[in-house]
Design a protein around this ligand. Structure first.
Ligand SMILES: [Zn+2]
Length: 125
C-alpha cells in the first residue's frame, strides 16, 4: 500500500466523517420537529418517519465509529490489512468499501459461519 493511496483514503474518511456528522445532526434536529400532533394517520406516518430517521442515525453513528477506527489504523499503519489473516486487502476493495476490515476470503468465511449460526433458527420457523 503506497503512501499517496493512504493519504487519499484519509481525505475520503475525513469527508465521510463530516457527512456522518451532518446526518446525525439532521436526524437529531428532525426528530425533535416530528414530536408535534396531527391525526392518527399523520402520527403513524410521523412514527414511521421517525423510526426511519432513527435507523439512519444509528447507521451513521455505527459508520462514524468505523471511520474513526480506520483513521486510527491509518496512523498505526495497519489500515488495509485483513484483521483475520493479516493479508493486504486489495486496493479495489478498499475503494469500494473504505471501511473493509477483512479480505474477501475471510469475509466470505465469516458470512458462511454467520449463515450456519442462523440455520437452526430458520429451521424452527
Ligand atoms: Zn483475510
Amino acid at each position: 500500500m503506497n503512501a499517496s493511496f493512504t493519504e487519499s483514503m484519509k481525505q475520503k474518511f475525513i469527508d465521510l466523517l463530516s457527512e456522518m456528522d451532518s446526518t446525525i445532526e439532521s436526524v437529531q434536529s428532525q426528530e425533535f420537529s416530528l414530536a408535534s400532533g396531527g391525526d392518527e394517520a399523520d402520527q403513524w406516518g410521523a412514527e414511521r418517519d421517525k423510526n426511519m430517521l432513527l435507523k439512519m442515525g444509528d447507521r451513521a453513528v455505527a459508520y462514524r465509529k468505523k471511520l474513526l477506527q480506520g483513521l486510527q489504523k491509518m496512523s498505526d499503519g495497519t489500515y488495509g490489512k485483513c484483521e483475520d489473516c493479516g493479508c493486504d486487502i486489495p486496493v479495489s476493495r478498499l475503494i469500494a468499501r473504505p471501511t473493509a476490515e477483512f479480505c474477501v476470503v475471510c469475509k466470505e468465511q465469516a458470512e458462511k459461519s454467520e449463515f450456519k449460526k442462523k440455520l437452526p433458527v430458520l429451521r424452527l420457523m
